[in-house]
Write a protein that binds this ligand. Structure first.
Ligand code: SF4
Length: 298
């Protein structure tokens, strides 16, 4: 495997420049060895991703964004998870196919893109034909996304913050709004208009908007901005599953209200969004978060 991208790491917009092959760690908190916290069928994505069989979800440890309210905090910090070889990662991809997964759903993998590409190449060579879903918080460099061109079928991407102020407050990343919009543009240019095979999304971009408490105007601005760029060539997912973790401070210490969510939905409707998903209020439960217990990893 070509390790050069890990030697002076600029895989994500933090551009830390550390040598992860020597064990140095940047903002994402992980070295060059792929680290995975869970690999299992997951039924809780949008229906066009989960399908009947479940999405073959691989949760990578570490994260370059690190939102203060993260529901996957133990893996975002790189604490939970097991370092594995690319060979083992390829085996995991095959095992998920054997279990009946509809696709490979790679969650927060920017910090391991070279390893992911190597593992995919091994699995493809052995006949693995599952579509690949790249599931990301949106804080991505275009240069890294271009490495994924041709290897990823579906981009499942958040647009988390529309204002630099909110992005600074929540993730110390004031450049997030511009960077993530650029990333979505790159994803759209790679995959084009969303295409389905029956109920399943086979190619395209699905943009998620997780509504945060007291951030309705920001979410509307984000929707408007992404719609201006992509119109109805991408799918939209309006999410109300935000669950306050014990560490968060006001105004993040509550769920979003039904009125806030309804207002976001009405705004999406008024913009002319035709292809989208909404989310039931019951989704806002901690039990919705899968256990990061190394299932399917070892
Ligand atoms: S992947 Fe990690 S080390 Fe590399 S630039 Fe991003 S945060 Fe820094």
């Amino acid at each position: 495997m070509d390790l050069s991208a890990y030697r002076v790491c600029r895989l994500c917009p933090r551009e830390c420049g550390v040598d992860r092959t020597a064990g140095e760690k940047g903002v994402c908190g992980v070295s060059a060895e792929a680290r995975v916290a869970r690999a299992a069928l997951h039924a809780w994505e949008e229906p066009c991703i989960s399908g009947e069989g479940g999405s073959g979800t691989v949760f990578f440890s570490g994260c370059g964004l690190r939102c203060v309210f993260c529901q996957n905090r133990p893996i975002a910090l790189g604490e939970a998870g097991q370092d594995i070889s690319t060979g083992r990662l390829a085996d995991i991809f095959d095992e998920l196919e054997e279990k009946g997964a509809e696709n490979l759903n790679l969650v927060t993998g920017a910090q391991f893109v070279p390893s992911i590409l190597e593992a995919l190449s091994i699995a493809r060579g052995r006949g693995n034909r599952l579509p690949v879903v790249y599931n990301t918080g949106g804080y991505e460099r275009k240069e890294t996304l271009s490495m994924l061109k041709g290897a990823v079928d579906v981009y499942l991407v958040d647009y988390k913050y529309a204002s630099p102020r909110l992005a600074e407050d929540c993730a110390a990343a004031p450049d997030y709004p511009a960077v993530a919009l650029d990333a979505i543009g790159e994803m759209l240019s790679q995959r084009g208009k969303a295409r389905f095979d029956g109920e399943m999304l086979k190619s395209g971009v699905l943009v998620r908007f997780l509504l945060l408490p007291s951030a309705l105007l920001d979410a509307k601005l984000g929707l408007k901005r992404v719609f201006s760029l992509c119109q109805n060539r991408v799918l939209y997912s309006l999410m109300q599953q935000y669950t306050p973790m014990p560490n968060v401070k006001p105004p993040l210490d509550r769920r979003v209200s039904e009125a806030e969510y309804r207002s976001l939905f009405d705004y999406a409707d008024a913009l002319g969004i035709e292809n989208g998903y909404t989310q039931a209020r019951e989704s806002a439960k901690e039990s919705f978060i899968p256990p990061f217990d190394l299932s399917g990893v070892l």
